[in-house]
Write a protein that binds this ligand. Structure first.
Ligand SMILES: Nc1ncnc2c1ncn2[C@@H]1O[C@H](COP(=O)(O)OP(=O)(O)O)[C@@H](O)[C@H]1O
Ligand code: SF4
Ligand SMILES: [Mg+2]
Length: 435
């Protein structure tokens, strides 16, 4: 694998004018995840963290992966890059990577360790959860960027310094900051430096796992907007993982919503925003204040996610779904086109509810025989009970427990939020608990 382009040209000359960037939907996926399943082998049984997931990313596309903490987002992303350690085990599927610098498509699942090392970072770069705290406190920004560039590319020191400066330009940090140490930078700047580092080798694909979670929402949005702008110039594809669906609505080309290890809805950002089909997606949208707009009543999602070691029969969302009926116990969890949508690519795992379905009369899942009762998770086994997806590279779990997202509330609750500069939580839930 070689490359000759400068950072400004993007991978393999994939600038904004290339054919695939004009019409990315026509291009073959750069990453094609098929029937992909991952379990964590624990003494208490297999935790089915990712189950039969199909997801593809086309060149230059921004795909958002959203879902509550513990839904399997990190496991899916790190599993697809083979970054998981035991007790994680890939139990099925393939991950076909088609980089234009690669002589042929490869299945990441069957790659040998030395092949994987070439693939990671050089082809697929990853910004891990809490990455901004991973900068070395005793080295300047320049030293750290130059290190990364020289570790992955055959360039002289002075070429690496020039490239480090260009990378800072990309992320709108003045070149004078090359001399700065991490403690001299704001959180947003540190995160931008991490993004610059991920772009150092002109990757074809960048995976960002909750990269902005620790930052205030306005900075989060600015950083995501900048990533989108950069990918338009440089042509890389982005998988952007967040538990905050609202962050993705304007900026992602497509959004995949994950629940209990499964994708439950995939659609464009616009469709997810204006025509959400799956009851869980509707619930997530009602859990976060939108980035713009007025105060509105937010309703979290009642209940907690199921125990991934013992999923209930049928739809795993049933105990929390206000639309649920006995028929939901028989549902086969697969993505099908939304019955009322003209777009066959808008798919959902719920065969009963469509965007136009009126809100349910009751908020909480009914006591349907066979469905796990809410709150039935054994202590210490639920999402967040462990150290996260166990990936290499300093990944650590984010608590993801933002206001409005279920996890503790025993029943329906309300919270009024306003989101412009920072998040302001105002008011307690009807059950006396804050969401
Ligand atoms: N090392 C591990 N051992 C057992 N279970 C794990 C491990 N890491 C993660 N899990 C479980 O896998 C599920 C998915 O976790 P994760 O991929 O980190 O979710 P997310 O990124 O959406 O927050 C969760 O239920 C979590 O508890
Ligand atoms: S209506 Fe039934 S199948 Fe659809 S999300 Fe609710 S519980 Fe699942
Ligand atoms: Mg995660």
């Amino acid at each position: 694998m070689t490359t000759t382009q400068s950072p400004g040209q993007g991978p393999a000359g994939a600038g904004a004018d290339s054919a695939w960037s004009r019409n990315p939907s026509a291009a073959e996926p750069v990453l094609d995840i098929r029937d992909f399943s991952v379990v964590y082998r624990t003494p208490g049984g297999d935790v089915k963290a990712v189950e039969s997931v199909n997801l593809s990313l086309r060149p230059g596309e921004v795909v958002g992966l959203a879902g509550e903490s513990g839904s399997g987002k990190s496991t899916l992303a790190y599993g697809a890059c083979r970054l998981l350690r035991a007790p994680a085990l890939i139990t099925s599927g393939s991950v076909i990577y088609r980089g234009r610098r690669m002589p042929q498509a490869v299945d990441v699942v069957s790659q040998r360790p030395e092949q994987l090392r070439q693939l990671r970072w050089r082809e697929i770069a990853i910004v891990f959860q809490s990455a901004m705290n991973a900068l070395n406190p005793v080295l300047s920004v320049k030293a750290q960027l130059v290190d990364v560039i020289r570790a992955h590319m055959a360039v002289s020191r002075s070429q690496a310094v020039d490239k480090a400066a260009e990378l800072l330009d990309f992320v709108s940090i003045p070149r004078s900051r090359l001399r700065s140490y991490p403690h001299e930078l704001s959180g947003g700047m540190r995160q931008r430096v991490m993004i610059a580092m991920a772009l150092a080798t002109d990757p074809e694909m960048v995976i960002m796992d909750e990269p902005t979670t620790a930052l205030d929402v306005v900075v989060q949005r600015d950083i995501l907007a900048q990533v989108v702008e950069l990918k338009q110039r440089l042509g890389f594809a982005v998988l952007f993982i967040t538990h905050d669906l609202s962050l993705l609505l304007e900026l992602a080309d497509r959004v995949a919503v994950m629940y209990a290890g499964r994708l439950i809805e995939v659609a464009t950002g616009h469709q997810i925003h204006h025509e959400p089909a799956h009851p869980y997606t509707k619930g997530l949208l009602n859990s976060f204040p939108s980035l713009r707009g007025h105060k509105r009543e937010l309703r979290g999602i009642p209940g907690i996610p199921p125990d991934l070691r013992a999923l209930p029969p049928g739809c795993p969302f049933l105990p929390r779904c206000g639309y649920g009926t006995e028929s939901c116990l028989e549902v086969e969890m697969k993505l099908v086109p939304v019955a009322t949508s003209e777009d066959p690519n808008h798919v959902t795992a719920c065969p009963f509810v469509v965007p136009e379905t009126p809100a349910p009369a009751h908020d909480v899942g009914r006591d349907v025989a066979g469905a796990a009762p809410q709150g039935s998770l054994p202590a210490g086994t639920g999402p967040g009970a462990d150290g996260g997806a166990g990936a290499d590279g300093g990944a650590s779990r984010s608590d993801g427990a933002s206001a409005g997202v279920a996890g503790a509330s025993p029943g329906p609750g309300r919270v009024v939020q306003e989101r412009d500069a920072g998040t302001k939580v105002d008011g307690a839930t009807s059950g006396g608990e804050r969401l």
